[in-house]
Design a protein around this ligand. Structure first.
Ligand code: COA
Ligand code: ZN
Length: 323
């Protein structure tokens, strides 16, 4: 769809810096700093924030304070505060801590699932199914994340048929309506995004699809635009571009939230987020972490001038050869 024609199209950006970002930081960010960050992100207009993981604190010590974080935040109406959950134990914690939504995670790759979650894909699926049914009875929203959907750092290609099979089982057997296809180690490229998203959308038209890209090989935003062309309007991103999976070799940052929003807005999409506020928060996050981060717009500033909606920059332009 062309965003330049008619009304600007809304794109939903889901913030994952507090989870996917902080899980790969060497140092523990104090709980009160996490809470302040989440409150600022919500105030800047983001409508879904993944605030932590309810996983084994031995597996991800950086997020061992998940309950305290969920308890300390100021919940803005209309904002969904989500947490990543790998098993039933995590689901019970999510219910007790009053998460709005659980992101039930498994990998499409057997080797990555065993490295990350210490069980087979099948065992993860059964854990997800049980957790999803608990969530339904407790009234929590549910999404599932399928890691390594675009390739695996251990196995290489992951067959489209495998992704399709997990989408079918998650939808039909576990009753999950929202699935995020995750590019855990930045192996996606635009043609693959178009192909895989096209296939999944045609096969499961009722599924609400989101895409989760890492910029490991510099293709993050190109993949987003391929996803938009394929009809997806939900994307994960992390403030300042931090992030990575501690159990996948070579994993680096997520696509950067403020860079993504900037790219979408100059292209005529709308995200409903205060970009200037977000840039300020990203700069403060960099100070807090004590190292530089991959975010680019926070260093370069916004593009000066209008965006594509301001028209008609191309209409009067003469072909270069005439000048
Ligand atoms: N929250 C808190 N503790 C949990 C837990 C959860 N969701 N799930 C398991 N545990 C605890 C168990 O109670 C047990 O504690 P104990 O040793 O004190 O009795 C311990 O963890 C081991 O439990 P077990 O079921 O044997 O898990 P495991 O060691 O096989 O690990 C996972 C499986 C899934 C819990 C673990 O691999 C994990 O948390 N992985 C998450 C990794 C991650 O977040 N990666 C990045 C995001 S994709
Ligand atoms: Zn990720």
């Amino acid at each position: 769809m062309n965003p330049w024609s008619g009304q600007a199209r809304m794109v939903h950006v889901q913030e994952v810096a507090l989870r996917d970002g902080l899980q790969s930081e060497a140092t523990f960010v104090p709980t009160d700093e996490k809470i302040k960050l989440i409150d600022r992100l919500a105030a800047s207009g983001l409508k879904k924030i993944e605030v932590s993981s309810l996983v084994s604190p031995r597996a991800v010590p950086q997020l061992a304070d998940a309950e305290a974080v969920l308890q300390g935040i100021t919940r803005l109406p209309g904002v969904i505060y989500a947490a990543l959950v790998p098993n039933v134990r995590g689901m019970e914690r999510a219910i007790a801590a009053r998460a709005d939504e659980v992101n039930l995670v498994m990998s499409a790759s057997e080797s990555h699932n065993r490295s990350n979650l210490r069980m087979s894909c099948d065992a993860s699926f059964h854990a997800i199914k049980e957790a999803a049914s608990l969530a339904a009875s407790a009234g929590l929203r549910v999404t599932a994340s399928l890691s390594c959907s675009f390739g695996c750092p251990f196995e290489g290609e992951v067959a489209a048929a495998t992704i399709s099979m997990w989408c079918r089982r998650l939808q039909d057997e576990a009753g999950i309506r929202s699935i995020s296809l995750c590019d855990t180690t930045g192996m996606a490229y635009p043609a693959l995004v178009q192909d895989l998203v096209g296939l999944i959308r045609r096969t499961y038209p009722a599924l609400n699809l989101a895409l989760h890209f890492h910029n490991t090989r510099g293709l993050g935003l190109a993949n987003v635009f391929a996803g938009l062309d394929a009809g997806v309007i939900h994307f994960d991103a992390a403030l300042a571009g931090i992030g990575g999976c501690p159990y996948a070799p070579g994993a680096t940052g997520n696509i950067c939230t403020e860079d993504l929003i900037h790219a979408l807005e100059v292209s005529g999409y709308r995200c409903g987020v205060n970009l200037d506020a977000l840039i300020e928060t990203a700069a403060d996050l960099e100070k807090l972490l004590g190292h530089t981060t991959p975010g680019q717009v926070m260093k370069a500033g916004r593009r000066l001038g209008g965006h594509v909606d301001d028209k008609p920059r191309f209409v009067d332009a003469k072909p270069i050869l005439d000048r």
